[in-house]
Ligand binder design. Structure first.
Ligand code: WTA
Length: 668
């Protein structure tokens, strides 16, 4: 892994002195009612982790067989609740069936309208109904030959069937890997190959701003993709199950493709939940790193579910009557933990929405909040900044008084956006929980508890129970309060990743070698005098574009896979709306004309290789890229050029100083 930029200079961020205390009214009803109460619980969780986690696991989850040992830790490999057995779908569904929750809405869904002005389609599934569907679909998976430990790709839009498919996999011990519906056929093929999946679950098409995204067609294409040697990447795939959503034309390949609804007619709803080991793999979720192709982050059963359940309960302070809405797509980890597993394990009502925030008009979110009486809203700063740009008149048109708590995730939230969220959306009455975590951490790690923690705009504040984050210098030494450095986690936690699928060496190298013995997050961070954590952002070669994690190496390799490109370097530049924007510096092969047409071609090429989210915002052509004498591309310099800053620092190691002047503008 390339060495991250030196971080010892992370001290010069804006200071933010406004403090927002939870109201008495909110605190009096919250699970944790004061900072002192939080500190007491936190200290207990750190002092006796086995006792703390054992108690939580016993109280929060239903086990078929008790564990023998809470934690077995041989760094960097953790096993939680060793010897215990449970089932995730049982904990999300069956356990609620003999309680009043059985007839409560588990999922409320609204689909995108197919055309402007047409109200979206609606569906509600009670716990009882969801259980019925999940049992049936689990039987469909069995009918199609799947057994414990097999891998399945789920490539679907935000429809209830996506959650049904995930839960059905967990019911029979099949490992799911959800691929975001905005990713390309190539990305689907790469993931199928990496985890050697046997089956794909998809949809004919999904709606996006009134248009149909042809998901099944992308799967068809993925299943024809070959590697450089001409070998199929997807030969492990035996079946494709197609859910009908958009009614667009699809090709059904006899013997391989089957319709969801036809299969459901062939099975009954009797499907006992498999007894799974606490450490049985639950899902793989691919995410970008600083090198190579995305890595398959592996999560397992008991620890993951405990983390998802506990954080949802305490951080969103779930109450019986909540209608909780996490706006993330299930293709991301936030959708896994906070649309599906966390809320359902708690018996909450999870609202799911298929469309975009501004279709048919920029008040779509506010309309939904008023219509369904949403009480908790969890979204991303990039969305908040877009709402700010669209104007206060849109939220003002609607009654948002049902909201009682707001959440933010995915990137640092700038104080302006925080205040806007607080005032315009939250009517100054809703606490904001700014939650820091990662695909790898499985659940929220640093966040206020809304009834307990005074908040300051821009900080994720304090660690959740059992989590030991620290700021370290370049030698790995812990820094005191009020300093900046690398963010590491010193102790294992139940929902931590268990590895990278098929590549344990990469797991060790990526996360555990930067600061030996500690988990390295890849983020830079500073603490203030109160010990609050202020995340600065990635310090490795990972960018955060509109809350999407994108590896610069991935985009570079997509660019150079185009015949016309000789070399490419991708860096981020600050962007008011997206947090960061992607800037690509490209050198072309001899004879190639570097013009606007080529820019468009390369953007589309990256869209096809990875997905539209990875298309560079800006492509700059250069005769050569600036390199050190040892041949390393000088990213720091490119970042400065990309953000239009004056060139600072030592450039004497530049191989060819003239390159610098030529990179300055995006004109040829
Ligand atoms: C960033 C998303 C600041 C961070 C759950 C992290 C944040 C990466 C926050 C993980 C936050 C996430 N404040 N930065 N509240 N939440 N990040 O894996 O850089 O898609 O490392 O997980 O997002 O992104 P991922």
């Amino acid at each position: 892994m390339p060495a991250p930029d030196k971080v010892t200079n992370i001290t010069s961020l804006q200071t933010e002195n406004r403090v927002f205390k939870p109201s008495k009214e909110f605190s009096s009803r919250a699970h944790v009612k004061s900072l002192a109460h939080y500190r007491k619980l936190y200290n207990e969780s750190i002092k006796s982790p086995d006792k703390f986690w054992g108690k939580q696991a016993r109280e929060e989850l239903v086990w078929f067989k008790p564990w023998k040992k809470v934690l077995q830790w041989k760094a960097p490999f953790a096993k939680w609740f060793v010897g215990g057995q449970l089932n995730v779908s049982y904990n999300c569904l069956d356990r609620h069936l003999n309680t009043p929750t059985a007839n409560k809405a588990a999922l409320i869904w609204e689909g995108e309208p197919a055309g402007a002005g047409i109200p979206g389609e609606e569906r509600t599934l009670t716990y009882k109904q969801l259980h019925h569907e999940v049992c049936k679909f689990a039987n469909v998976l069995k009918r199609n030959g799947l057994k414990k430990g097999d891998r399945v790709i789920i490539y679907m839009p935000m429809v209830p069937e996506a959650a049904i498919a995930m839960l059905a996999c967990t019911r029979i011990g099949v490992i799911h890997s959800v691929v975001f519906g905005g990713f390309s056929a190539q990305s689907v093929a790469d993931r199928i190959f990496d985890c050697q999946a046997r089956l794909v679950i998809t949809t004919d098409g999904g709606y996006r701003r009134g248009a149909v995204v042809p998901l099944k067609k992308n799967v068809d294409e993925a299943l024809t993709i070959k590697d450089a040697q001409g070998n199929s990447l997807t030969k492990t795939i035996e079946k494709v199950i197609v859910h009908r959503r958009a009614n667009n034309d699809v090709r059904i390949e006899e013997g391989r493709d089957v319709w969801w609804h036809r299969e459901m007619e062939q099975v009954d709803a009797n499907c006992p939940a498999e007894k799974m080991d606490s450490e049985a793999p639950l899902f793989i979720l691919y995410t970008s790193g600083s090198t190579g192709k995305p890595k398959g982050i592996l999560h397992t059963t008991g620890g993951y579910l405990l983390g998802a359940k506990l954080t949802t309960k305490y951080i969103f302070d779930l109450q019986e009557t909540d209608v909780y809405w996490c706006t993330a797509d299930i293709g991301w980890v936030t959708g896994h933990s906070y649309v599906v597993y966390g809320p359902l394990a708690n018996g909450a009502t999870s609202f799911m929405y298929e469309g975009a925030p501004n279709h048919p008009e920029p008040d779509r979110f506010w309309r939904l909040i008023a219509k369904y009486g949403i009480t908790v809203l969890y979204t991303a700063p990039t969305a908040i900044r877009a709402f700010m740009k669209w104007g206060v008149e849109w939220p003002r048109k609607h009654d948002l008084t049902s909201l009682r708590l707001l959440g933010s995730v995915g990137e640092p939230i700038n104080p302006e956006a925080w205040i806007w969220y607080h005032e315009v959306v939250g009517g100054k009455r809703c606490p904001i929980v700014d939650t820091w975590w990662q695909t790898e951490t499985g659940s929220i790690m640093i966040s206020p508890l809304p009834g307990a923690t005074p908040t300051k705009p821009g900080t994720a504040t304090l660690p959740f129970f059992g989590i030991v984050p620290e700021i370290v210098d370049d030698q790995g030494k812990t820094l005191p309060k009020n300093s900046g450095g690398k963010l590491v986690i010193r102790k294992p936690w139940p929902s931590m990743l268990r590895g990278i699928w098929g590549d344990m060496q990469r797991y060790k190298d990526t996360y555990w070698s930067e600061v030996p013995g500690s988990y390295f997050t890849g983020d830079g961070c500073r603490t203030d005098k109160d010990g609050y954590f202020w995340i600065v952002g990635r310090i490795d070669d990972v960018l955060n574009v509109a809350g999407h994690r994108i590896g610069t190496a991935e985009v570079e390799s997509a660019l150079v896979s185009n015949q016309k490109v000789a070399e490419a370097a991708v860096v981020g530049r600050p962007d008011d709306l997206k947090g960061q924007a992607l800037v690509a510096f490209v050198t072309v092969k001899t004879g190639v004309v570097a013009d606007q047409n080529l820019r468009d071609e390369l953007r589309n090429h990256v869209g096809k290789e990875i997905g539209p989210v990875a298309k560079p915002d800006d492509i700059r052509f250069a005769e050569a890229l600036p390199k050190t004498r040892s041949g390393k591309i000088m990213r720091r310099l490119l970042k400065q050029i990309a953000s239009g800053a004056e060139i600072k620092g030592d450039t004497t190691t530049l191989e060819d100083l003239t390159v610098l002047t030529k990179l300055g503008s995006s004109e040829e």
